[in-house]
Ligand binder design. Structure first.
Ligand SMILES: Cc1cc2nc3c(=O)[nH]c(=O)nc-3n(C[C@H](O)[C@H](O)[C@H](O)COP(=O)(O)O)c2cc1C
Length: 272
């Protein structure tokens, strides 16, 4: 297939809409409920202006930044997005190679359709990768993910704390979202990902209800701190008091995020 030349994000989005099936497009594009925050996430950028200095030497530009003791080539990283093989057979492998080539940070979702080990291989031994962790009701599932991430050279755990339940996404509900049979959540056994295959509603919503710990509080973060020496970043923090609380719990970073407006509608735009 000839590759179309897409030159900006909007064109990639348009192309994706035209080639993905309903199930995949609905999953990738939906925000929570009325999608007020989804729209606001984009519109918010228009409320900020850039005031550039002139007559500054830009013949050599170094955009590198330090991040938890490492250096990446630009202050833009890749956030975790689940189930990338819904869009392309190379899925997470392609993203891992691209992140390495661009010298930036890859964060791999717990719910990837390529397993931790395979992604690490494609990201390369000198690359900078973090692992996004959901905390499971079954501690053994969580511990297994942590140990594999450690073993495969992931340099931090990004613990998503805005998903005690999955956000209500009308698109997924309407489409009865499910993972096609040829794909699976590759970090888990058949038993632990089987509920995603068929469903009467959104399969992912049921999966979260069944397996993810909705009772997770700060004690659970202390437990996680006690089982790993990797830095911990909390993803989904939107309030200063939660950020201060994180510091008390020996957390190395926060990722200010509204989860792409997919969890709670009417929260502030992330950039705000
Ligand atoms: C299709 C899709 C899947 C996502 N999957 C995950 C995931 O598995 N884990 C997670 O923590 N965040 C997930 N996210 C949220 C993103 O990591 C990220 O937070 C969001 O796209 C950008 O919003 P932000 O700037 O508010 O962070 C997903 C987002 C999208 C669009």
């Amino acid at each position: 297939m000839a590759t179309k030349s897409l030159i900006c994000l909007e064109e990639y989005e348009e192309e994706a809409r035209s080639i993905l099936d309903r199930n995949a497009w609905g999953y990738y594009s939906s925000g929570a409920t009325t999608e007020y925050t989804l729209r606001d996430n984009v519109q918010a950028y228009n409320r900020y202006s850039i005031f550039p200095r002139v007559l500054v030497d830009v013949s050599l530009i170094d955009m590198s930044v330090r991040l938890l003791g490492d250096t990446i080539d630009m202050p833009i990283g890749i956030s975790p997005t689940a189930m990338q093989c819904l869009a392309h057979p190379d899925g997470e492998k392609a993203t891992a190679r691209a992140a390495a080539r661009m010298g930036t940070c890859l964060t791999l979702s717990s719910w990837s359709t390529t397993n931790i080990e395979e992604v690490a291989k494609h990201n390369g031994s000198h690359s900078f990768r973090w692992f996004q962790l959901y905390v499971y009701k079954d501690n053994n599932l969580t511990i297994d993910l942590v140990r594999r991430a450690e073993r495969e050279g992931f340099k931090a755990l990004v613990v998503t704390v805005d998903t005690p339940e999955l956000g209500l996404r009308y698109g997924d509900k309407r489409n009865k979202f499910s993972l096609p049979r040829h794909l699976k959540l590759a970090n888990f056994s058949e038993r632990d990902s089987s509920s995603l295959a068929s469903s009467g509603g959104s399969a992912l919503q049921e999966y979260v209800k069944k397996l993810i710990d909705p009772s997770l509080v700060w004690d659970g973060i202390d437990w996680l701190r006690s089982i790993t020496r990797l830095p911990i970043v909390l993803k989904g923090v939107l309030r200063a008091d939660d950020a201060r609380e994180a510091m008390k719990h020996d957390i190395q970073g926060i990722l200010v995020s509204n989860h792409g407006a997919r969890q709670l509608d009417t929260v502030p735009a992330t950039v705000d």
